[in-house]
Design a protein around this ligand. Structure first.
Ligand code: CA
Length: 351
């Protein structure tokens, strides 16, 4: 049979419930308090079927022998079913605990097989374990500190952003966040100078001002075309440095840049980003002759954010080829245009 004791009767019942002779004490298999529902779940195992089992929930620190009416939060008795060994309780203790001002409770069990009330003791503890009814304390808020070495040289923005560290301090424990645990966004305040904003989630945890990037190629610096010009020797397939070659950079019909190669065959012409045609003209000079070479024309040369080192396809320099017999218009190829040019010249002469 099951008894639900009114508190008015409880005090007198306690003495009775816990005063019977018994066998080996059953053990707690589960004690759990759900703060949301206010229910305390208690499962006790090891009873004998047909015996009565009792639960007593008291204000923390109070023993059954010393309990007063206001110390009793919950009391119940169940009869263990035939062949069963378990007593299960769900005790709605929240309202009563609030009413008597209990911030925590102890759970005691008794019954036919327990001579003296047995408290619930958490593994590893001694005595009655208090079950706190209070809400969990608010978790400690970590603090963050952004660290960045401004004395180091950063060649790229990404390298600088990757050097940002975020130190986390939580309850006195210091650790560093991993790269995925924070974000770094940048604002460019001057050329190659940035302010970093560091966030953990949506929260700004720090900024770093005056982050300077020192790239190998200075953005905003020179853009254009550079190269070394070589001409094919009269005999064989070797190419010699071509000094005094005229290099023209054209955009459409306009010449946008020009240079003459030095004795090392090099030239460097600054032009803004764009796509260009490069025309290289060369004449080999000796003490008593001038030998014209064919024009080298390289089209669709793209310049974006740096100096483009221009070469003839398959070579490490710009090749100047011999002038072809029959190349009347000096464009490096012999075709019907040359024939027409010659015809036109002859025609003009004959008039
Ligand atoms: Ca031609």
């Amino acid at each position: 049979m099951k008894h639900i004791f009114k508190r008015a009767l409880a005090l007198t019942m306690i003495a009775v419930l816990f005063a019977v002779s018994a066998f080996a004490a059953p053990t707690f298999s589960n004690v759990a308090y759900d703060k949301t529902s206010g229910n305390l779940t208690v499962n006790v195992d090891g009873y004998t079927g047909g015996k009565d089992a009792t639960i007593l929930v008291l204000k923390a620190g109070v023993t059954p022998a010393k309990a007063t009416n206001n110390d009793i939060i919950f009391i119940d008795q169940v009869t263990i079913g035939a062949g069963e060994t378990v007593a299960d309780y769900v005790a709605p203790i929240k309202v009563r605990a609030n009413a008597v001002g209990a911030a925590g409770v102890n759970v005691w069990v008794g019954g036919d097989e327990i001579t003296t009330a047995v408290p619930y003791t958490k593994a590893g503890e001694t005595g009655a374990t208090e079950i706190s009814l209070a809400d969990d304390p608010a978790p400690s808020e970590p603090t963050y500190a952004v660290e960045f070495d401004k004395t180091a040289v950063y060649k790229t923005l990404e390298a600088a952003k990757g050097a940002v560290k975020v130190k986390k301090t939580l309850d006195g424990t210091v650790s560093y966040l991993t790269a995925g645990e924070f974000t770094v966004t940048e604002t460019e305040t001057a050329t190659n100078v940035y302010t970093f904003t560091v966030k953990v989630g949506d929260k700004v945890v720090g900024t770093v001002e005056g982050v300077t990037i020192t790239p190998d190629v200075t953005p905003g610096g020179k853009t254009g075309i550079t190269g070394v010009v070589r001409y094919r020797r009269a005999v064989g397939n070797a190419y010699d440095l071509a000094p005094g070659a005229l290099v023209l950079i054209t955009s459409g019909k306009d010449i946008v840049g020009s240079a003459v190669t030095g004795s090392d065959g090099k030239f460097e012409i600054e032009v803004p980003a764009g796509t260009y045609r490069v025309v290289v003209r060369f004449a080999l000079l000796s003490a008593d002759k001038v030998t014209n070479y064919a024009n080298t024309i390289i089209t669709d040369v793209a310049v974006s954010d740096s100096m483009v080192s221009l070469v003839t396809e398959g070579r490490e320099y710009i090749a100047i080829e011999k002038r072809l017999a029959g190349d009347a218009n000096d464009d490096g190829v012999v075709n019907s245009n040359d024939l027409n040019a010659v015809k036109k010249a002859i025609s003009a002469l004959s008039k």
